[in-house]
Design a protein around this ligand. Structure first.
Ligand code: UN1
Length: 495
């Protein structure tokens, strides 16, 4: 069956079709698999107006009842897991096992949010005044815009959507124009949950398809209370500036330039496995992908050849075939950016192995390892491709300093069996990233933790822990149950 037919069938099982003026090509083989429609300015305007109306109703629905909708959505995702995972693979090219993992991540965040829907609580605070009580309440914030990237076309939306829904917000989703099909499918699954739920307001969560212009219109709209955007640092800088101009809330989850340190006290076999998955899994197209590696001098001459051998024999190919550990790059532009970075690294003295195109349809490449003596040029930037820059180190503090000496601050790892080294890495003077791991790679975070990073990664946190607070507004309430009116700080105002 052609991919086009398969896409038609997969969407059919959800009762939807995709059609419009824009072609959709699958990175799996480069073929056109569907067409879809981008929103017109009038449709964008209507979506925002409808989102405002939906919010007014949804914010008054009790939070545990809102959780019930998310529970039904999680169950609908369980029902459609296999089909949606296949569509994820066809839409963005990641291996089917990772497509399944991505849908599992959606299910997990739904479960988390259902529990959360009974725990959106604030503090009761001791008042300094007699007969007074203080407390804080968390209220729904407003229409929430989710801008998602092609590489996690559904999970990152779900992190935001599940929390936003239990927090009482309405949602507008602007998916990447590179992966429009999964958004159509997820919307159909969500609408099934809405039907099962019964009395949710219309247009509670909507998809608005389009490119940069559509995103920019939504970001600038004063009715959108929160913008949660995943993508490049350049995109986030624009979004952040426009949002700041109108004091909108943002959650920015931007580029990473993630590093790992391989200590001389590492479990070498485990480190090798961890490095291969995080650097070259998902074809290096995760914001958490490993891009820089610091290997201890005493291990370097055995570890790096072993890494090169394993990388060059990694099975690359059709991501629907489970024999392959990595699929294609998303498009030709990604390949051009990869080659430009490799050329620049070579000109700076980098020694390259791998990185060449694998013949066939679709943009398949061998993982690239570049030995560098120092961090310069492309090493300091994020290139969304399977490139790992490898460097030697002698002194752990120096390695940590080099790890931190880039703009991004998303994820980091140390591989060591020495507890002192690991704790130094995790301490206040250790990794400056939002995610710091020990004896696992930089990618593949679970939903239970807060996800996000510092510096040019944008500072936002999504998913677990108390990330939900970003989707709500806090009201501090002081209640006087006495017959007096004492003023705070002992101020007198006697009439
Ligand atoms: C992303 O690449 O934008 O930690 C998100 C991970 C995944 C999420 C990545 N759970 O690698």
């Amino acid at each position: 069956m052609s991919l086009q037919h398969e896409v038609e069938n997969l969407l059919n099982t959800l009762g939807v079709t995709a059609h419009g003026a824009e072609p959709v090509h699958s990175p799996v083989d480069g073929s056109q698999v569907a067409t879809y429609a981008q929103a017109t300015p009038a449709e964008v305007e209507m979506a925002v107006a409808q989102s405002c109306t939906a919010f007014k109703t949804w914010r008054m629905v009790p939070a545990p009842r809102r959780g019930e909708l998310v529970r039904l959505f999680g169950n609908a995702l369980r029902d459609h897991k296999d089909n949606l995972a296949r569509l994820v693979t066809i839409d963005c090219g990641k291996p089917l096992s990772e497509g399944l993992g991505e849908v599992q991540e959606m299910i997990d965040i739904c479960d988390f949010a259902v529990g959360l829907s009974r725990q959106l609580h604030g503090l009761t605070i001791a008042s300094e005044r007699p007969g007074h009580r203080m407390m804080e309440q968390w209220h729904p914030l407003g229409p929430t815009l989710v801008i998602s990237a092609f590489n996690f076309p559904v999970a990152v939306w779900a992190w935001n959507a599940a929390l936003a829904l239990v927090c009482g917000n309405s949602i507008i989703w602007k998916p990447s124009e590179k992966t429009p099909l999964t958004a159509i499918a997820v919307q159909a699954i969500f609408e099934q949950a809405v039907r099962d739920f019964g009395d949710a307001p219309d247009h509670l969560s909507q998809v608005v398809q389009g490119g940069r212009d559509v995103g920019a219109t939504l970001v600038a709209d004063p009715r959108i209370a929160l913008i949660s955007a995943t993508g490049s640092t350049a995109m986030g800088r624009n979004v952040g500036q426009v949002a700041a101009g109108r004091f909108a809330r943002t959650i920015l989850e931007l580029g990473g330039n993630n590093a790992a340190i391989i200590s001389d006290k590492a479990d070498v076999a485990l480190a090798l496995h961890g490095v291969l998955f995080s650097a070259f899994g998902t074809t290096g197209q995760r914001c958490t992908s490993l891009r820089r590696l610091f290997v201890h001098d005493s291990l370097y001459d055995s570890f790096v050849p072993a890494l090169k051998a394993a990388a060059s024999s990694m099975p690359i190919g059709d991501p629907l075939d489970s024999a392959h550990l990595a699929g294609p790059l998303i498009d030709e532009a990604a390949f051009a950016a990869m080659q430009a970075a490799l050329e620049e690294a070579k000109a700076l003295g980098g020694i390259l192995s791998g990185g060449e195109r694998v013949t066939g349809n679709g943009v398949y490449v061998r993982p690239a390892i570049v030995e560098m003596t120092e961090q310069s040029g492309p090493v300091l930037r994020e290139t969304f491709a399977p490139i790992l820059y490898v460097m030697r180190y002698n002194d752990l503090d120096q390695a940590i300093a080099r790890q931190n000496a880039v703009g991004a601050g998303l994820s980091s790892s140390i591989f060591s069996t020495d507890v002192r080294e690991c704790e130094r890495f995790l301490s206040a003077s250790g990794s400056d990233c939002g995610i710091a791991n020990v004896n696992i790679g930089t990618s593949g975070a679970e939903i239970g933790g807060a996800f996000g990073g510092e510096k040019e990664t944008g500072g936002g946190r999504e998913s677990g822990s108390d990330a939900w607070k970003a989707y709500m507004r806090r009201a501090t309430n002081t209640i006087n149950y006495s017959n007096e009116l004492p003023l705070a700080q002992g101020v007198t105002f006697d009439l």
